[in-house]
Ligand binder design. Structure first.
Ligand code: ADP
Ligand code: MG
Length: 584
């Protein structure tokens, strides 16, 4: 599992109480309703005795009948209300946990996402939170009501005979020791069962997001086995948890039998010596019987809690992944806002402490307005430049500044609202074309939408599609061609009126006509905005105002095409091969 268990994590019950706290009063009402329901049930035998009494004395039974019917109806109504209130509260606890997790996962740092399995995180939101339902009702309420009844019964037992109470408690203590061994095993098995569900989610996500490749590779059978193994592992561990839960329940039952026999023996001896009378012994034995149900309830609550604690631990781990601070969204730049200037100063960066440096002191400066191309072999660190500008990662040394201000001093939403970013793999989300275009600016008016569609030469495509902008593009935009996806991503970025446009050019997704069109677009945009392009085509590079040549995490040279062809052998070679040979 990619998310490590953290030994310094606070106890999971604190997390649970955090989710339960907003609903504590409804939970209390629900618990009280179940207690009252139980009490009305207990009254029934008394009224029945009254009714029989009336009958045998030839009295009218109307009164008793009315009371009995009222009790039956009240019992049913209160019971229904109680279980509704409890279940509703439990669902609200689940909702609270899901909300908190969803918000948190959207704020996760990209570093955390790099090291996690999305499917496993999904399982934590969907499956693990579901387990909080039973924890809330069965565990918390069971512990509360069962504990109360237990305490009351013990007090009564102490009043009847303290010696016999001591005997009973000794037996219960012994059972408690055995339970102390069993209960952690339930927790461990539940944890492993939930982890297996996480593994299954991760595999599912991996397979479904690349189903075409899986099919084309003929890997269905192997992937099927992976899924089945995860499902079977969850089954195995759940069965193990069930085994230990059963053992716990029966240990409690057995303890009560032993307590009964012991009390009978010790109590009998005490009756024989005259320490207590027979009535006291009988009363005490009745209390031992009464103890049975709350003890089962409390043990049930504790074993049930172990499943929930395992889920809570998994939720807690997700909530301890590194995340960006919560912040309000920032407004987009106004039309005609000043283009941004950017500078890298001796930037050193690696993706993780156990990975080699990707930037060994990268330095370059980009003035406001105009187009800067980044070229260099695959793996040189070009895409990483863009990731650092977006602050998906922070550099280990050196500074990056936008408008002369260190990126670290920018509020993240402000920073990102100034930037339009077109990723190399130009991802498109499932949903409609319109939703994809408006992702970065839902308030864009039809006028700007039409303009941007024209600029990116998407207007022809939209006219051809049967549903126009409402056409669904499929998972990751599979219904669009590579070039169309790229242009949709550019249109989306332009709708944000960025002060800085980052375009990580796709390598071979545009035909000649589209390429020329896009080149004109970029040239247009560069007149009013700062444009950075990771370029793989000579045609893009030659129109750049300046070219930054990168190799192995360093800037080799900066200049115009003409200057660089003369001065830099690597650039000359890249240019000679039209760049494409070295493209990713
Ligand atoms: P370029 O875009 O110039 O081809 P990148 O900036 O994408 O190069 O990558 C530079 C180096 O960083 C490569 O060696 C790549 O393997 C590594 N790298 C890129 N992204 C990550 C990541 N998320 N985690 C770890 N290493 C990465
Ligand atoms: Mg790249």
């Amino acid at each position: 599992m990619s998310i490590a268990e953290n030994p310094a994590a606070p106890p999971t019950w604190r997390l649970l109480l955090g989710y339960v706290r907003p609903h504590r009063w409804t939970l209390l009402v629900g618990a009280l309703l179940s207690l009252v329901t139980g009490a009305t049930g207990l009254l029934l035998p008394l009224v029945a005795r009254e009714l029989i009494d009336d009958l045998s004395h030839d009295r009218a039974i109307t009164g008793a009948l009315v009371i009995m019917s009222a009790l039956v109806v009240a019992n049913a109504a209160l019971g229904a209300l109680g279980s509704y209130v409890l279940r509703r509260t439990a669902e609200s606890v689940v909702l609270g946990a899901r909300r908190a997790l969803s918000s948190y996962l959207l704020r996760l740092r990209i570093t955390a996402v790099d090291r996690s399995e999305p499917g496993d995180l999904m399982a934590r939101i969907t499956s693990d939170t579901t387990l909080l339902r039973e924890v809330t009702t069965d565990s918390l309420v069971g512990l509360g009501t069962g504990g109360l009844t237990l305490a009351a019964t013990v007090v009564m037992m102490g009043l009847v005979d303290p010696v016999l109470l001591a005997v009973t408690l000794a037996v219960i203590l012994g059972a408690g020791t055995v339970l102390g061994v069993i209960v952690p095993r339930i927790n461990k098995a539940s944890r492993q069962a939930q982890d297996a569900v996480g593994v299954m989610g991760a595999s599912l996500e991996r397979i479904l997001s690349a189903l075409r490749t899986v099919k084309a590779s003929g890997a269905e059978h192997r992937e099927e086995r992976t899924l089945h193994e995860a499902a079977e592992e969850s089954w195995r561990q759940s069965v193990r948890a069930a085994k230990w839960s059963a053992a716990a329940g029966n240990t409690a039952g057995l303890a009560m039998q032993i307590a009964f026999i012991t009390v009978l023996a010790v109590g009998g001896a005490r009756v024989a010596t005259g320490a207590i009378d027979i009535g006291t012994l009988v009363a005490f034995l009745l209390y031992v019987f009464y103890l049975m149900s709350p003890i089962q309830q409390v043990v049930g609550a504790i074993t049930q809690y172990q499943t929930g604690a395992a889920a809570l631990a998994r939720i807690q781990e997700a909530l301890r992944l590194p995340a960006e601070p919560a912040a309000q969204p920032a407004p987009l730049p106004a039309t005609g806002a000043e283009p941004a200037a950017l500078a890298f100063e001796d930037v050193r960066f690696r993706y993780a402490e156990d990975l080699p440096y990707v930037h060994h002191g990268v330095t370059f400066a980009v003035p406001a307005r105009g187009m800067t191309a980044f070229v260099g072999p695959s793996g040189a660190g070009k895409t990483t430049v863009f990731s650092l500008i977006e602050r998906f990662y922070d550099p280990e040394g050196g500074t990056i500044s936008l408008d002369g201000r260190d990126l670290a001093d920018w509020e993240l939403p402000q920073l990102r609202s100034a930037i339009g970013y077109v990723e190399q793999d130009a991802p498109v989300l499932s949903g409609s074309l319109r939703a994809n275009l408006l992702l970065g600016n839902p308030d864009a008016d039809e006028g700007s939408l039409t303009r941007v569609l024209k600029t990116t030469r998407l207007d022809g495509l939209v006219a051809r599609l049967p549903d126009g902008l409402e056409t669904l593009v499929g998972h990751r935009g599979t219904r669009l061609s590579g070039g169309e996806r790229q242009r949709v991503a550019i249109a989306r970025a332009l709708l944000r009126r960025p002060r800085l446009l980052l375009l990580d050019e796709a390598t071979s997704q545009l035909d000649a006509v589209n390429e020329a069109a896009l080149r004109d677009t970029v040239a247009d945009v560069a007149r009013t905005t700062t444009v950075l392009v990771v370029a793989h085509r000579l045609s893009t590079v030659t129109m750049a105002d300046r070219i930054v040549v990168m190799d192995a995490g360093r800037v080799r040279a900066v200049g115009t095409h003409r200057e660089l062809v003369a001065a830099d052998p690597l650039y000359a070679e890249l240019a000679a091969t039209q760049f494409l040979a070295t493209a990713e």
